[in-house]
Design a protein around this ligand. Structure first.
Ligand SMILES: [Zn+2]
Length: 267
C-alpha cells in the first residue's frame, strides 16, 4: 500500500463530530499475526498532539481517533504498538458475546441445513464480509465485525438464497413425475409462523424458506403435498390416494419433519 495521509481532505465532513457516522473510506484493516482486524478511523479536529486513541467497543468494533493531518507513519506506529492489546480486547468481546447472548449466532452454535447438523464458525474478516462457506461439518460465516446481529443477518440471507436454489431444483425434478402438472408452477418463498407451504387456487406455490434446514425428503414431501392440492382441495380420500401413489412412505417423512418443528419454528 502506498503511503497516504490518514486524514485525506474531505474526511472531516464524514467524521465531523464524535457521533458522526464514519465514511466507508475510513474503514481500514490492521494485521496482527494471522488476524486481520477491521477498524474505523475517526478524525477528531480537537486532538492537537500527534497522538492516536484506540477504542474497542462492547460490540467488537474498533475505532481509532486521530488528530487532523496525522501522518501514516504515526498511525501505523501507534497501531503496531497496541495491536496485541486490541487482539486481547477483541478476544474478550467474543467470549463475552458467547455468554451474554444465549442462542445468538456465535461460534460453536448448532445449525441445520438439508437435515444435517453443522457447527457455526464465525470469522471476523472485513475483506470477506457477508460470505458463507460450507465445508465438512462447519458453516463458516465471515463478518466485518463480530456482532451477533450481523452474523444472524448473513446467515438468514444465505439460508434464503440456498432455499431458492434447492427448492426450485426439487420442484423442477418433481413436476415431470406428476401427470397432472403440465407446466412448472410459480414458486414463492415466504417465512410463515406455522406453515411449510401452501398452494393457491391459481396454482402458485408458496414455501417457507426455513424448510431448507430440513432434509431433501422433507422438502420433496411438502412440494408433492402442495402439488397434490392442484388435483384435490382438502385432505380427503382423493388427496390421500394421490399422495400415497407419489410418495408411499410420506408418513415416515412427515414424522421426521414434525420432529424438527420445535427447532425450526419456535413459538
Ligand atoms: Zn394440504
Amino acid at each position: 500500500m502506498s503511503p497516504r495521509p490518514a486524514a485525506p481532505k474531505g474526511a472531516r465532513t464524514a467524521a465531523g463530530g464524535d457521533d458522526a457516522p464514519m465514511s466507508a473510506a475510513a474503514l481500514r484493516t490492521l494485521r496482527y499475526g494471522d488476524e486481520r482486524i477491521a477498524f474505523s478511523l475517526r478524525v477528531n479536529p480537537e486532538r492537537q498532539a500527534q497522538r492516536i486513541a484506540i477504542h474497542v467497543e462492547p460490540d467488537g468494533r474498533v475505532v481509532v481517533d486521530v488528530p487532523r493531518g496525522v501522518s501514516e507513519a504515526v498511525l501505523q506506529a501507534g497501531l503496531q504498538r497496541r495491536a496485541r492489546w486490541i487482539s486481547v480486547q477483541l478476544a474478550a468481546v467474543r467470549r463475552r458475546l458467547v455468554h451474554t447472548l444465549p442462542g445468538a449466532r456465535v461460534s460453536g452454535a448448532s445449525l441445520l441445513y438439508l437435515g444435517r447438523r453443522y457447527v457455526l464458525e464465525v470469522v471476523v474478516d472485513e475483506s470477506r464480509d457477508g460470505s458463507v462457506h460450507l465445508s465438512g461439518g462447519r458453516i463458516e460465516v465471515a463478518v466485518a465485525h463480530g456482532e451477533a446481529a450481523r452474523v444472524q443477518a448473513v446467515l438468514d440471507a444465505w439460508y434464503r438464497a440456498r432455499a431458492a436454489v434447492v427448492m426450485a431444483a426439487r420442484l423442477a425434478a418433481i413436476v415431470p413425475t406428476l401427470p397432472w402438472v403440465r407446466t412448472l408452477p410459480p414458486l414463492r418463498l415466504r417465512v410463515t409462523k406455522r406453515r411449510w407451504g401452501s398452494c393457491s387456487p391459481s396454482g402458485c406455490l408458496t414455501l417457507n424458506p426455513t424448510l431448507v434446514k430440513a432434509s431433501r425428503e422433507c422438502i420433496d414431501y411438502v412440494l408433492i403435498h402442495e402439488l397434490c392440492h392442484l388435483q384435490a382441495r382438502g385432505h380427503g380420500p382423493r388427496f390421500q390416494r394421490l399422495l400415497e401413489a407419489q410418495m408411499p412412505d410420506w408418513r415416515r417423512i412427515k414424522e421426521q419433519l414434525d420432529g424438527w418443528v420445535d427447532e425450526l419454528m419456535p413459538p
